[in-house]
Design a protein around this ligand. Structure first.
Ligand code: NAD
Length: 269
Protein backbone atom coordinates (compact mmCIF):
# COMPACT_ATOMS: atom_id res chain seq x y z
CA UNK A 1 0.00 0.00 0.00
CA UNK A 2 1.34 3.44 -0.93
CA UNK A 3 2.34 5.69 1.96
CA UNK A 4 0.36 8.85 2.72
CA UNK A 5 3.16 11.10 1.40
CA UNK A 6 4.72 8.56 -0.99
CA UNK A 7 7.15 10.10 -3.49
CA UNK A 8 7.14 13.52 -1.82
CA UNK A 9 10.16 15.37 -0.37
CA UNK A 10 9.97 17.29 2.92
CA UNK A 11 12.28 20.02 4.22
CA UNK A 12 12.32 20.04 8.05
CA UNK A 13 14.13 22.48 10.35
CA UNK A 14 15.24 21.57 13.88
CA UNK A 15 15.40 17.92 12.82
CA UNK A 16 18.28 16.72 15.03
CA UNK A 17 15.99 15.65 17.87
CA UNK A 18 12.62 16.15 19.54
CA UNK A 19 9.63 16.93 17.36
CA UNK A 20 11.75 17.65 14.26
CA UNK A 21 13.27 14.17 14.30
CA UNK A 22 9.85 12.65 14.96
CA UNK A 23 8.37 14.54 11.96
CA UNK A 24 11.22 13.29 9.75
CA UNK A 25 10.57 9.69 10.81
CA UNK A 26 6.77 9.89 10.55
CA UNK A 27 6.93 11.40 7.04
CA UNK A 28 9.62 8.89 6.02
CA UNK A 29 7.47 6.01 7.31
CA UNK A 30 4.78 7.22 4.91
CA UNK A 31 7.11 7.36 1.91
CA UNK A 32 8.75 10.83 1.93
CA UNK A 33 12.42 11.65 1.47
CA UNK A 34 13.82 14.30 3.80
CA UNK A 35 15.95 17.44 3.72
CA UNK A 36 16.91 18.14 7.34
CA UNK A 37 18.71 21.02 9.05
CA UNK A 38 19.58 21.81 12.63
CA UNK A 39 21.90 24.33 14.33
CA UNK A 40 23.35 21.43 16.40
CA UNK A 41 24.53 23.63 19.26
CA UNK A 42 23.06 25.29 22.33
CA UNK A 43 21.49 28.72 21.90
CA UNK A 44 22.76 30.88 24.81
CA UNK A 45 20.15 31.33 27.54
CA UNK A 46 18.09 28.23 26.81
CA UNK A 47 17.48 26.29 30.05
CA UNK A 48 18.30 22.94 28.40
CA UNK A 49 21.23 21.36 26.55
CA UNK A 50 21.61 22.01 22.82
CA UNK A 51 21.28 19.42 20.08
CA UNK A 52 24.54 18.00 18.71
CA UNK A 53 25.90 16.86 15.33
CA UNK A 54 25.55 13.31 16.71
CA UNK A 55 21.83 13.92 17.23
CA UNK A 56 21.46 14.94 13.58
CA UNK A 57 23.48 11.90 12.51
CA UNK A 58 21.08 9.72 14.52
CA UNK A 59 18.11 11.25 12.63
CA UNK A 60 19.90 10.35 9.38
CA UNK A 61 20.47 6.80 10.60
CA UNK A 62 16.83 6.33 11.60
CA UNK A 63 15.44 7.77 8.33
CA UNK A 64 17.79 5.58 6.28
CA UNK A 65 16.72 2.55 8.35
CA UNK A 66 13.24 3.20 6.91
CA UNK A 67 14.74 2.94 3.40
CA UNK A 68 14.20 6.61 2.66
CA UNK A 69 16.79 9.11 1.47
CA UNK A 70 17.88 12.11 3.55
CA UNK A 71 20.09 15.14 2.98
CA UNK A 72 21.04 16.56 6.39
CA UNK A 73 23.18 19.61 7.10
CA UNK A 74 24.10 21.73 10.07
CA UNK A 75 22.45 25.12 9.45
CA UNK A 76 21.02 27.97 11.48
CA UNK A 77 17.52 29.15 10.54
CA UNK A 78 18.75 32.72 11.17
CA UNK A 79 20.97 32.37 8.08
CA UNK A 80 18.82 32.69 4.95
CA UNK A 81 21.71 32.20 2.51
CA UNK A 82 22.72 28.96 4.22
CA UNK A 83 19.14 27.66 4.10
CA UNK A 84 18.99 28.44 0.36
CA UNK A 85 22.24 26.50 -0.08
CA UNK A 86 21.01 23.40 1.78
CA UNK A 87 17.59 23.37 0.13
CA UNK A 88 19.16 23.73 -3.34
CA UNK A 89 21.50 20.83 -2.62
CA UNK A 90 18.65 18.73 -1.27
CA UNK A 91 16.37 19.41 -4.23
CA UNK A 92 19.23 18.68 -6.67
CA UNK A 93 19.81 15.34 -4.95
CA UNK A 94 16.23 14.28 -4.19
CA UNK A 95 14.60 15.77 -7.28
CA UNK A 96 11.76 17.89 -5.90
CA UNK A 97 10.23 19.56 -2.84
CA UNK A 98 6.60 19.25 -1.72
CA UNK A 99 6.49 19.81 2.05
CA UNK A 100 8.11 22.38 4.34
CA UNK A 101 8.01 21.95 8.13
CA UNK A 102 9.29 25.08 9.93
CA UNK A 103 9.79 23.46 13.32
CA UNK A 104 13.06 24.83 14.79
CA UNK A 105 12.59 26.93 17.90
CA UNK A 106 13.81 27.90 21.34
CA UNK A 107 12.08 28.77 24.61
CA UNK A 108 13.69 31.00 27.24
CA UNK A 109 11.28 31.33 30.14
CA UNK A 110 11.41 33.97 32.84
CA UNK A 111 9.30 36.54 34.62
CA UNK A 112 8.96 39.84 32.71
CA UNK A 113 11.82 41.44 34.67
CA UNK A 114 14.23 38.69 33.59
CA UNK A 115 13.64 39.01 29.86
CA UNK A 116 16.56 40.95 28.36
CA UNK A 117 16.79 42.66 24.95
CA UNK A 118 19.08 39.79 23.90
CA UNK A 119 16.47 37.18 24.81
CA UNK A 120 13.79 39.12 22.90
CA UNK A 121 16.03 39.41 19.84
CA UNK A 122 17.25 35.79 19.84
CA UNK A 123 13.75 34.43 20.29
CA UNK A 124 12.21 36.56 17.52
CA UNK A 125 15.22 35.87 15.25
CA UNK A 126 14.88 32.09 15.57
CA UNK A 127 11.19 31.45 16.22
CA UNK A 128 9.72 34.07 13.89
CA UNK A 129 12.27 35.35 11.36
CA UNK A 130 13.67 31.79 11.24
CA UNK A 131 10.25 30.55 10.10
CA UNK A 132 10.08 33.32 7.49
CA UNK A 133 13.61 32.39 6.32
CA UNK A 134 12.60 28.73 6.09
CA UNK A 135 9.69 29.56 3.80
CA UNK A 136 11.67 32.07 1.72
CA UNK A 137 14.46 29.53 1.14
CA UNK A 138 12.13 26.79 -0.01
CA UNK A 139 8.66 27.74 -1.16
CA UNK A 140 9.65 28.67 -4.72
CA UNK A 141 10.34 24.95 -5.25
CA UNK A 142 6.75 24.14 -4.18
CA UNK A 143 5.39 26.78 -6.54
CA UNK A 144 7.54 25.45 -9.41
CA UNK A 145 6.35 21.91 -8.68
CA UNK A 146 2.68 22.89 -8.94
CA UNK A 147 1.87 23.11 -5.23
CA UNK A 148 2.60 21.71 -1.79
CA UNK A 149 2.16 22.17 1.93
CA UNK A 150 3.91 24.35 4.50
CA UNK A 151 3.47 23.55 8.19
CA UNK A 152 4.74 26.05 10.77
CA UNK A 153 5.21 25.05 14.39
CA UNK A 154 3.68 27.60 16.72
CA UNK A 155 2.50 26.52 20.18
CA UNK A 156 -0.51 26.54 22.48
CA UNK A 157 1.25 29.74 23.59
CA UNK A 158 0.52 31.10 20.10
CA UNK A 159 -3.23 30.75 20.71
CA UNK A 160 -3.36 31.56 24.41
CA UNK A 161 -0.27 33.22 25.85
CA UNK A 162 1.33 31.31 28.69
CA UNK A 163 2.70 33.06 31.78
CA UNK A 164 6.45 33.74 32.14
CA UNK A 165 7.09 33.43 28.43
CA UNK A 166 6.85 36.93 26.92
CA UNK A 167 9.41 36.51 24.15
CA UNK A 168 8.17 33.04 23.24
CA UNK A 169 4.49 34.11 23.26
CA UNK A 170 5.26 37.06 20.97
CA UNK A 171 7.19 34.86 18.55
CA UNK A 172 4.55 32.13 18.46
CA UNK A 173 1.63 34.57 17.91
CA UNK A 174 3.80 36.05 15.15
CA UNK A 175 4.00 32.64 13.49
CA UNK A 176 0.19 32.68 13.15
CA UNK A 177 0.38 36.04 11.34
CA UNK A 178 3.09 34.68 9.03
CA UNK A 179 1.06 31.54 8.40
CA UNK A 180 -2.12 33.43 7.48
CA UNK A 181 -0.23 35.93 5.31
CA UNK A 182 1.59 33.26 3.31
CA UNK A 183 -1.58 31.13 3.12
CA UNK A 184 -3.52 33.96 1.45
CA UNK A 185 -0.89 34.78 -1.13
CA UNK A 186 0.15 31.23 -1.94
CA UNK A 187 -3.35 29.72 -2.29
CA UNK A 188 -3.49 30.51 -6.00
CA UNK A 189 -0.20 28.61 -6.42
CA UNK A 190 -1.79 25.55 -4.74
CA UNK A 191 0.57 25.91 -1.78
CA UNK A 192 -1.28 25.43 1.52
CA UNK A 193 0.06 26.92 4.74
CA UNK A 194 -1.07 25.94 8.25
CA UNK A 195 0.28 26.07 11.80
CA UNK A 196 0.39 23.37 14.48
CA UNK A 197 0.02 24.35 18.13
CA UNK A 198 1.47 21.73 20.49
CA UNK A 199 0.80 21.63 24.21
CA UNK A 200 3.50 20.09 26.41
CA UNK A 201 5.52 17.61 24.34
CA UNK A 202 8.09 15.26 25.81
CA UNK A 203 11.29 16.70 24.29
CA UNK A 204 14.50 18.22 25.73
CA UNK A 205 12.87 21.68 25.48
CA UNK A 206 9.94 20.76 27.71
CA UNK A 207 12.13 18.67 30.01
CA UNK A 208 14.30 21.78 30.56
CA UNK A 209 11.43 24.22 30.94
CA UNK A 210 9.15 22.16 33.21
CA UNK A 211 11.13 22.57 36.46
CA UNK A 212 11.17 26.36 35.98
CA UNK A 213 7.47 26.36 35.20
CA UNK A 214 6.75 24.27 38.31
CA UNK A 215 8.60 26.86 40.39
CA UNK A 216 6.61 29.75 38.83
CA UNK A 217 3.43 27.77 39.43
CA UNK A 218 4.11 27.43 43.15
CA UNK A 219 4.63 31.20 43.40
CA UNK A 220 1.74 32.22 41.10
CA UNK A 221 -1.10 29.66 41.34
CA UNK A 222 -3.67 32.14 39.95
CA UNK A 223 -1.79 32.45 36.66
CA UNK A 224 -0.71 28.91 36.05
CA UNK A 225 -4.19 27.50 36.73
CA UNK A 226 -5.26 29.19 33.49
CA UNK A 227 -2.76 27.08 31.62
CA UNK A 228 -4.14 23.66 32.45
CA UNK A 229 -4.67 20.78 30.03
CA UNK A 230 -7.89 18.78 30.06
CA UNK A 231 -5.98 15.64 29.09
CA UNK A 232 -3.31 15.31 31.80
CA UNK A 233 0.33 14.48 31.09
CA UNK A 234 2.99 15.25 28.50
CA UNK A 235 2.54 14.08 24.90
CA UNK A 236 5.02 12.04 22.90
CA UNK A 237 6.28 13.97 19.81
CA UNK A 238 4.53 11.50 17.49
CA UNK A 239 1.17 13.09 18.41
CA UNK A 240 2.35 16.31 16.75
CA UNK A 241 3.92 14.39 13.85
CA UNK A 242 0.53 12.80 13.09
CA UNK A 243 -0.97 16.29 12.71
CA UNK A 244 1.98 17.40 10.56
CA UNK A 245 1.53 14.28 8.40
CA UNK A 246 -2.17 15.05 7.85
CA UNK A 247 -1.45 18.68 6.94
CA UNK A 248 1.44 17.64 4.67
CA UNK A 249 -0.57 14.97 2.84
CA UNK A 250 -3.21 15.18 0.13
CA UNK A 251 -5.80 14.29 2.78
CA UNK A 252 -5.94 18.00 3.70
CA UNK A 253 -6.18 19.52 0.21
CA UNK A 254 -8.77 22.09 1.33
CA UNK A 255 -7.09 22.99 4.63
CA UNK A 256 -5.17 26.25 4.54
CA UNK A 257 -4.78 29.26 6.82
CA UNK A 258 -5.76 27.14 9.81
CA UNK A 259 -4.40 26.84 13.33
CA UNK A 260 -4.32 23.17 14.34
CA UNK A 261 -4.11 22.69 18.12
CA UNK A 262 -2.77 19.40 19.48
CA UNK A 263 -2.71 20.33 23.14
CA UNK A 264 -5.18 18.27 25.17
CA UNK A 265 -7.50 21.26 25.45
CA UNK A 266 -4.90 23.59 26.92
CA UNK A 267 -5.67 26.54 24.63
CA UNK A 268 -9.42 25.96 24.54
CA UNK A 269 -10.64 28.02 27.47
N1 NAD B 1 8.20 20.74 23.71
C1 NAD B 1 7.12 21.44 23.90
O1 NAD B 1 6.45 21.28 24.94
C2 NAD B 1 6.63 22.40 22.85
C3 NAD B 1 5.34 22.93 22.98
C4 NAD B 1 4.88 23.80 22.01
C5 NAD B 1 5.66 24.13 20.93
N2 NAD B 1 6.91 23.62 20.82
C6 NAD B 1 7.69 23.99 19.62
O2 NAD B 1 8.03 22.81 18.91
C7 NAD B 1 9.21 23.03 18.15
C8 NAD B 1 10.18 21.88 18.36
O3 NAD B 1 10.63 21.91 19.70
P1 NAD B 1 10.98 20.58 20.53
O4 NAD B 1 9.97 20.43 21.56
O5 NAD B 1 11.24 19.46 19.59
O6 NAD B 1 12.34 21.07 21.25
P2 NAD B 1 13.87 20.64 21.05
O7 NAD B 1 14.68 21.65 21.76
O8 NAD B 1 14.04 19.21 21.42
O9 NAD B 1 14.09 20.74 19.48
C9 NAD B 1 14.25 21.97 18.81
C10 NAD B 1 15.30 21.78 17.74
O10 NAD B 1 15.46 23.02 17.05
C11 NAD B 1 16.84 23.25 16.89
N3 NAD B 1 17.13 24.68 16.75
C12 NAD B 1 17.06 25.64 17.71
N4 NAD B 1 17.49 26.80 17.23
C13 NAD B 1 17.83 26.60 15.94
C14 NAD B 1 18.33 27.43 14.91
N5 NAD B 1 18.62 28.72 15.15
N6 NAD B 1 18.55 26.90 13.69
C15 NAD B 1 18.30 25.58 13.46
N7 NAD B 1 17.83 24.74 14.39
C16 NAD B 1 17.60 25.24 15.62
C17 NAD B 1 17.48 22.68 18.13
O11 NAD B 1 18.87 22.46 17.97
C18 NAD B 1 16.67 21.42 18.34
O12 NAD B 1 17.21 20.31 17.69
C19 NAD B 1 9.74 24.40 18.58
O13 NAD B 1 9.36 25.38 17.64
C20 NAD B 1 9.02 24.63 19.89
O14 NAD B 1 8.91 26.00 20.21
C21 NAD B 1 7.42 22.77 21.76
Amino acid sequence: MAGRVEGKVAFITGAARGQGRSHALRLAEEGADIIAVDVCEAVPGTPYAGATPEDLAETVRQVEALDRRIVAEQADVRDLDRLHEVVSRGVAELGRLDIVVANAGIDILGSWRDITPQIMRDTIDINLIGVWNTVMASVEHLVDGGGGSVVMTSSANGLKAGPFNIAYNASKYGVVALMKSFAMELAKEKVRVNSVHPGAVDTPMAQGAMPMFDEFERENPDLTGMFTQWIPGVMPPREISNAVLFLASDESTWVTGSTYAVDGGLSSY
